[in-house]
Write a protein that binds this ligand. Structure first.
Ligand SMILES: *[C@@H]1O[C@H](CO)[C@@H](O)[C@H](O)[C@H]1NC(C)=O
Ligand SMILES: *[C@@H]1O[C@H](CO)[C@@H](O)[C@H](O)[C@H]1NC(C)=O
Ligand SMILES: *[C@@H]1O[C@H](CO)[C@@H](O)[C@H](O)[C@H]1NC(C)=O
Length: 260
């Protein structure tokens, strides 16, 4: 979250107006993921860890170390990391597979073929014959996120990448009656989602919109095939007669999702 405080002082000095804006980034838990192309990226700046621990930490977030395959993505990450104050090393998803200067592979199995490499000369130099991992480096003056082959045991920060969050939308008309001002309704997606969503937002309104009924909807028990909507009437403190209610929903996934 970013807060901005804006102060206007009018020319006669008599008036000061304070405006406070809050800009929210997409966060899941307390981590901020930065979207770029079809992926989103997490910049870890905690206490440094070795390569194995970095891979495991990304995996816990449904991610892998970042594949920085294009100069555009490289520049985006460098700018996002920022150089003030300078950070140290960030592992990326590139590893040495042989002793050649070109002997590196991304963690999706692809080779570095695009020519868009960002090595800090004279790297990759495989110093002491044990530099099998790759970091973006900010430590050396002017290195500005260039690539550096390093020992995998060298404790570093790291960059995680995962497919950008996806949403799927749908709606159902349910015939619902309630003696109280709220009731629970099971809603089938009517499509086969490859994974359960982590969140669903839903709204409900009478199919015949001339009715005055207004509902507040909360969602529970979110599964792969269905979820439960709690419909609460908010225009009056009573229930309602048997009615056709349109429940529209938006499901949020933090991985790619396929619909069958
Ligand atoms: C560092 O890299 C970024 C993005 O690649 C670029 O915009 C910036 O000008 C560079 N800064 C320096 C000091 O070279
Ligand atoms: C990486 O760090 C973890 C946690 O500190 C440690 O258990 C592990 O032995 C280290 N692995 C290597 C290869 O250095
Ligand atoms: C509807 O639900 C939201 C979220 O739970 C709550 O903040 C709001 O007060 C509710 N509105 C009414 C009229 O109950």
């Amino acid at each position: 979250m970013i807060s901005l405080l804006i102060i206007y002082i009018f020319t006669d000095g008599s008036l000061v107006v304070l405006l406070r804006f809050q800009l929210f980034s997409l966060t899941v838990g307390d981590k901020t993921w930065l979207k770029f192309g079809a992926s989103e990226f997490y910049i870890y700046r905690g206490s440094p860890v070795n390569h194995t621990a970095a891979v495991n930490a990304c995996a816990l977030l449904g991610a892998t170390l970042a594949r920085v395959k294009t100069t555009q993505l490289h520049n985006f990450l460098v700018k996002s990391i920022g150089t003030n104050p300078p950070q140290d090393f960030f592992f990326i998803g590139l590893k040495r597979v042989n002793l050649e200067k070109t002997g590196f592979k991304w963690n999706d199995g692809s080779s570095v073929t695009t020519g868009e490499t960002q090595w800090l000369s004279p790297d990759p130099n495989n110093k002491n014959n044990n530099e099998y991992c790759v970091s973006m480096i900010f430590k050396v003056i002017g290195s500005n996120g260039s690539w550096y082959d390093v020992q995998c045991s060298r404790d570093s920060n790291y960059l995680c990448e995962r497919p950008a969050g996806k949403t799927v939308e749908g709606s159902s008309v349910k015939t619902v009656y309630s003696s109280k001002k709220y009731t629970l309704v099971a809603v089938l997606y009517k499509m086969c989602l490859s994974a359960p969503p982590y969140k669903i937002q839903a709204r409900a309104r009478m199919l015949d919109e001339s009715f005055p009924h207004r509902f507040n909807v909360t969602t529970y028990d979110i599964r792969s095939l269905e979820f439960v909507a709690r419909l609460e009437r908010i225009d009056l403190d009573i229930g309602w007669n048997t009615s056709q209610i349109n429940i529209s929903w938006k499901a949020y996934f933090n991985t790619t999702v396929t619909i069958n």
